[in-house]
Design a protein around this ligand. Structure first.
Ligand SMILES: [Zn+2]
Ligand SMILES: [Zn+2]
Length: 353
């Protein structure tokens, strides 16, 4: 399989970001990701999808949309919509109807920042996902870099600190969101996890300090969704776009925090008597399954079954676990960086049925 590094969920001046699409393309080329998905609030911006080139590098820019009901107070239930063939913001009022419309328009969707606390320093209210009765969505944004930031910035002064030392943030997804994901998985549904940056490249003013905090390029080097495709990107926008969205829909992806060390090359797979599986796939338990994890450099590898850790490996580049027990198996990898244990890799599950 071919790994494609995707940075997703970001805003431009079409909503509340400070940059334009060409700034995003330039930052993505510098950071070295393969694709970005721009998602402005309540507008499917036309005319920017395509390959952007710089010397011998190129990146694919895709355009999605982040939809929420702007008349609702507080403005909760943000939905990331990818691959839909039309504007869907008009359906924002009813989240389930919106999800149904996304499906009808050939798209996929993810509940954005499921836990998104109030941040007084930015005059932001709590905009967590609230309507948990919804069904038929593709998955959740397990790690949203901006929600995490809101949890560590109680005052503007803290904001200023992280503005100058952003590498001290990206620690891990919000623990509540991980718990919620495991609960959803335990109910028997498939829920794909993706990681988003929610990059706005915000312009912060505080006394003499004037700075773009968390610029696009910083985000593109941090929380990425690494996607496994059956073949390499071809350079054809239409087919590459659908290959990426098909991989997302199937859960053939993992979340990598590329700041502590590159996560490219991580794999979590299963070998059974009657075939193999990758992240997002089902495999029968009946004749036994060998779960295999590979990491690109050493870390603390934790294998979880139904949300509970069942084995930990330290300082190994690959490890295996044999089981005949049905369950939802997934992997988390941690690594120390700048004096702190960081969440480094979160796999999508393999469903042993
Ligand atoms: Zn949002
Ligand atoms: Zn957003």
């Amino acid at each position: 399989m071919h790994e494609v590094t995707v940075n997703l969920h970001m805003h431009t001046r079409y909503s509340d970001g400070s940059g334009v699409h060409k700034d995003i393309a330039a930052a993505a080329l510098k950071a070295g990701v393969d694709a970005v998905i721009v998602t402005d609030h309540n507008i499917l911006v036309q005319g920017f999808e395509g390959y952007y080139k710089d010397k011998n590098r190129k990146i694919l820019m895709l355009i999605g949309e982040e939809v929420h009901d702007q008349a609702r107070d507080p403005q909760k239930n943000h939905l990331l919509v990818f691959g839909a063939n039309r504007e869907l913001a008009t359906f924002a009022e009813n989240p389930q109807n919106l999800i149904n419309q996304v499906r009808e328009a050939g798209g996929i969707c993810f509940l954005a920042h499921p836990d998104d606390p109030e941040a007084k320093a930015f005059n932001e209210t709590d905009i967590s996902w609230e309507d948990w009765s919804v069904q038929n969505y593709t998955g959740i944004e397990l790690w949203n870099a901006l929600s995490e930031l809101k949890t560590v910035v109680p005052t503007k002064l803290h904001g200023a600190f992280y503005a100058f030392f952003p590498a001290f943030v990206a620690n891990q997804p919000i623990p509540n969101t991980l718990t919620k994901w495991d609960e959803l998985l335990a109910s028997g549904q498939k829920v794909v996890a993706i990681g988003g940056s929610d990059a706005h490249a915000l312009d912060m003013h505080m006394g003499p300090i004037h700075r773009i905090i968390f610029p696009y390029e910083f985000h593109f080097r941090t929380v990425n969704t690494h996607t496994l495709l059956p073949g390499p990107l071809t350079g054809d926008v239409t087919s590459d776009r659908s290959a990426i969205y098909r991989a997302f829909a199937a859960g053939h992806c993992f979340i990598g925090n590329d700041l502590p060390a590159p996560t490219k090359g991580f794999r979590f797979s299963a070998q059974g008597k009657e075939g193999n599986a990758v992240m997002g796939d089902e495999i029968p338990a009946k004749f036994g399954v060998t779960l295999q994890t590979k990491v690109p450099s050493a870390g603390e590898i934790i294998l979880l079954k139904d949300g509970r850790p069942i084995q930990t490996w330290m300082n190994q580049l690959s490890c295996t676990y044999i089981t005949a027990e049905p369950g939802v198996y997934r992997v988390e990898v941690y690594r120390n960086y700048l004096g702190k244990r960081r969440g480094w890799i979160y796999s999508n599950p393999i469903y042993v049925r």
